[in-house]
Design a protein around this ligand. Structure first.
Ligand code: FMN
Length: 176
């Protein structure tokens, strides 16, 4: 089976997961900007960092997927992925980024990444500062897992990358 790992990563946490998955499975990994011709590909495992709910590089890659391809989609974000409401929010947002027929057949996984404010671009830092200033005044009951993660980690360096969380993804890949 022709298989490919593709990733969309701005600051490297998603790339680290993709490279580890490649080591564990022997499936080659590449950045989404290099994924130009996927003809003949039967399985794509796509890993993308979450940016304001969007999965980095997913739209670009979906346009290039051959018909009938099987997709495994792995999101990497800051918020707690043991929180069911957070998972529902991520999945609702992913649903809007994939054609319905493809979404219905896609296996979804959600992993936790990290953030280092010292490395953020000016645009990202400004965006996070605006969000933080808005979020911290919200009443407690309005603070979702995403909002809480953002408030708790604001201006810090945190790394929640845990390669053990790749195990269910590895198990979902059909054995050759
Ligand atoms: C501008 C910005 C927006 C973000 N939006 C989300 C989000 O909507 N949900 C989330 O869980 N994490 C969000 N994050 C956190 C990133 O998903 C997290 O840092 C992830 O590990 C980034 O992956 P990367 O290092 O591969 O780029 C955001 C981070 C930035 C800088």
């Amino acid at each position: 089976m022709n298989q490919q790992i593709i990733y969309g990563s701005e600051y490297g946490t998603t790339r680290r997961y993709a490279e580890q998955l490649s080591q564990l499975t022997g499936i080659p990994a590449m950045d989404y900007t290099s994924a130009k011709n996927l003809d003949g590909c039967e399985l794509v495992i796509y890993l993308g960092g979450l940016y304001a709910g969007g999965v980095k590089g997913l739209k670009h890659t979906v346009k290039r997927l051959p018909t009938g391809v099987k997709l495994i989609l792995v999101t990497v974000g800051l918020a707690d992925v043991t929180d069911q409401e957070n998972i529902r929010n991520i999945q609702n947002s992913v649903r809007r980024q994939l054609p319905t027929a493809l979404f219905d057949q896609t296996a979804l996984f959600h992993l936790r990444g990290g953030i280092d404010y010292g490395r953020l671009s000016l645009a990202h830092k400004t965006m996070m500062t605006l969000l933080y200033n808005k979020a911290r005044h919200l009443p407690e009951e309005k603070k979702t897992a995403e909002v809480r993660a953002m408030i708790d980690t604001f201006n810090q360096k945190v790394d929640f990358v845990d390669f053990a969380s790749l195990e269910p993804v590895v198990n979902a890949i059909p054995k050759q």
